[in-house]
Design a protein around this ligand. Structure first.
Ligand SMILES: Nc1ncnc2c1ncn2[C@@H]1O[C@H](COP(=O)(O)OP(=O)(O)OP(=O)(O)O)[C@@H](O)[C@H]1O
Ligand SMILES: O=C(O)c1cc(-c2cccc(F)c2)nc2ccccc12
Ligand SMILES: [Mg+2]
Length: 273
């Protein structure tokens, strides 16, 4: 759907198909763009609900960010339009649906499948960070699966553009203390932590710091109370990678480009990518 940015879309440009799912602010439908016959997912959001939840600015930011990202493992946002009551997002259709449903169905993934997913997510995040975009909400619910089984990061609702704030806010960086200057790195490394949590959940079927009460989960996270269950059996290489990502001090976390060179990834991702 090239040149989509300039075009002014309306609902008449689409034939509506089956509902694909329900989100917090509305429904997502399968749709076909009439001129190109291109199949898309049309996310319909109600303005009233967006206003009630005061997420208008977040949605505009999500649209602004996602519409400029181009990567095979990032769900495309081709464009948007709105009418009196609703805002419509024209999204790439992920034919194999939600990753978390697939994880629930399989209970946990094989090491090869988990490593393949982790590697594609790492590549997508390297791309995002190179554009000074941090996702900040990497979790199974926000991952969709494309027609060829490839992973697509969706839902940039919590993503932020860090660069401008840092630069424009203070002009020169010269007078900023290390933690302020580092904070751009610092923020980017939140996605490394989340990817480590995801890798653990792919292999064990449960997230590493799960607890009955929120307060207990909070404690386990801040203490990095990382334990590997005896079952299912997981290779020490996988545990080594996870242990290098779930590190409290963010600057100590394994950088994403180093992750792609880790033995567990190299040995478990088929070279065809
Ligand atoms: N591009 C897509 N392709 C296929 N299915 C989709 C797509 N986008 C959404 N869906 C389906 O619709 C459901 C709801 O979509 P989504 O999660 O984006 O809404 P939401 O939950 O309101 O968003 P958010 O998670 O930011 O609150 C998803 O769980 C998924 O099943
Ligand atoms: O009536 C509007 O001008 C309007 C526009 C947008 C909007 C504009 C661009 C991108 C985007 F994602 C959303 N969101 C809204 C949310 C609530 C109420 C009104 C609006
Ligand atoms: Mg959702």
């Amino acid at each position: 759907v090239s040149g989509a940015e300039k075009k002014r879309w309306t609902l008449n440009d689409f034939d509506m198909g089956k509902p694909l799912g329900r989100g917090k602010f509305g429904h997502v439908y399968l749709a076909r763009e009439k001129r190109s016959n291109h199949i898309v997912a049309l996310k319909v959001l109600f303005k009233s609900q967006l206003q009630q939840s005061q997420v208008e600015h977040q949605l505009r930011r999500e649209v602004e960010i996602q519409s400029h990202l181009r990567h095979p493992n990032i769900l495309r946002l081709y464009g948007y339009f709105y009418d009196q009551k609703r805002v419509y997002l024209i999204l790439e259709y992920a034919a194999k649906g939600e990753l978390y449903k697939e994880l629930q169905r399989c209970k946990y993934f094989s090491e090869r499948r988990a490593a393949t997913y982790v590697a594609s997510l790492a590549r997508a995040l390297i791309y995002c960070h190179s554009k000074h975009v941090i996702h900040r909400d990497i979790k199974p619910e926000n991952l969709l699966i494309g027609a060829q089984g490839e992973l697509k990061i969706a839902d940039f609702g919590w993503s932020v553009h860090t660069f401008n704030r840092r630069r424009t806010m203070c002009g020169t960086l010269d007078y900023l203390p290390p933690e302020m200057v580092q904070s751009v790195e610092h923020d980017a490394s939140v996605d490394i932590w989340s990817l480590g949590v995801l890798c653990y959940e792919f292999l064990y079927g449960i997230p590493p710091f799960e607890a009955k009460e929120h307060s207990d989960t909070y404690k386990r996270i801040v203490q990095v109370d990382l334990k590997f269950p005896p079952k299912p059996i997981v290779s020490s290489a996988a545990k080594d990678l996870i242990s290098q990502m779930l590190v409290k001090d963010s600057v100590e976390r394994l950088p994403l480009h180093k992750l792609l060179e880790h033995p567990w990834i190299v040995q478990n991702v088929d070279p065809s990518g």
